[in-house]
Design a protein around this ligand. Sequence first.
Ligand code: FAD
Length: 444
Amino acid sequence: MSKVTVVGSGLAGSEASIYLAKRGHEVDLIEMRPKFQTGAHKTDYPAELVCSNSLGSLENTSASALLKSEAEILGSSLFPIAKKNSLPAGNSLAVDRIAFCKEVYETVKEYKNINYIVDKYTKIDVSNPVIIATGPLTSSELCQNIKELFNEENFHFYDAVAPIVEKDSIDFSKAFYASRWDKGSADFINCPMNKEEYDNFYNILINAQRAPLKEFEANYFEGCMPIEIIASRGVDTLRFGPMKPVGLFDRRFQTPFKKNQFYAVVQLRQDDKIASMYNLVGFQTNLKWGEQKKLISAIPSLENANILRYGVMHANTFINSPKILNKYLQTRKFKNVFFAGQLTGVEGYCESISTGLLASINMDRYLNNLDMIELDDTTMLGALVEYITFNSHKNFQPVNSNWGIVRSIDDTVKIKDKKLKNQARFNRAITNIKELSNKLNKGV
Ligand SMILES: Cc1cc2nc3c(=O)[nH]c(=O)nc-3n(C[C@H](O)[C@H](O)[C@H](O)COP(=O)(O)OP(=O)(O)OC[C@H]3O[C@@H](n4cnc5c(N)ncnc54)[C@H](O)[C@@H]3O)c2cc1C
């Protein structure tokens, strides 16, 4: 069997290394932490979730659930570990972040053919097989080397993380447990507001001072927009976004329930196994910490909240995949070099894990002189890869799993209901992925 280097033990790199080790390859997994930190990671473990602890929806008609199912069928190791370490979160997959990354670490260590090396990788050795999975916070030396190898100039943008508060400091005379439309169990803590309270909150937010962005020009990804940027687009944008009140009812007081009981709602999601920490959903921010304190105190039920972690903003990095990669996640220029994870221009935990898996499946096949696999846009993973490797993007921007990129169902089957339509696409994708997985298992 061959020797492969995987750079970065994040979500994509850990998934890729375990897959390659299972296939019998000798893997050098090179990770720079804890010797060199990134600014967003807090632990010494691989596969750390740097912000939210949610790996998205589990609902059968959701794009994120489809991606997770596809990856599991294709042999993912990280999604089963996530499920094993899940926390109550309605219909979504939230995990105990420490338990999750510890178990990924233990799994990596179980494989004697994975050599876990703590060091900074700065120059891609194109003469040997390598998967680059260094993520959105790739070290500057390696960025420089990628620029030189692929003649790429600018590949940075911004992402932000949300604050976390201590549960015991929440005022439950105002806050209540519920999930939207009562789907799944009532796992979210909801902090409701009336109009007056919302207007006060909004005024504090739009007048708050932001932390300066030093290195690069601010360029945000729409899916991870700081709350102050959303707010600057209009007084009601938050009420139609992260603070939307629809489908949230305080079952303690109101019977019968009104359709819209509240003017706006801040939702909090469980962040650790013992449910002592909760993150503010959709509240990623770049406000100065003092301003965050003022803003959070203006949320009814969080007036005295103990803030355990403040929101921060970080540079994010992705390559110009439409120019650099083919559909196997292999570089067009150097056949030995593959990319995986957020660095390829997919956005999100599940997307990073799934591309890590695909890159390693194809690396294994490449090394064994087998045809590499090419997924099409009937599957979520195929649609993502098609999107990031599509050649004629003028202004390539990262993408996360969504139904917009998946091929619609044949016109002869007229399905009007959106859920039924997605269910049909979900079923089609699973059938196609299972067929492919059977072929892979037979060694074809
Ligand atoms: C601040 C921030 C918040 C985010 N929040 C969310 C969120 O809430 N939800 C979500 O779905 N997605 C989020 N993302 C996006 C993304 O899904 C995650 O960053 C995800 O962890 C990406 O996985 P990855 O494997 O590509 O990279 P990572 O998980 O970041 O792993 C890359 C690894 O490579 C290492 N590394 C970097 N350079 C080198 C080098 N030169 N040599 C050796 N090792 C190196 C790093 O230390 C790191 O461990 C966020 C991103 C950022 C930056």
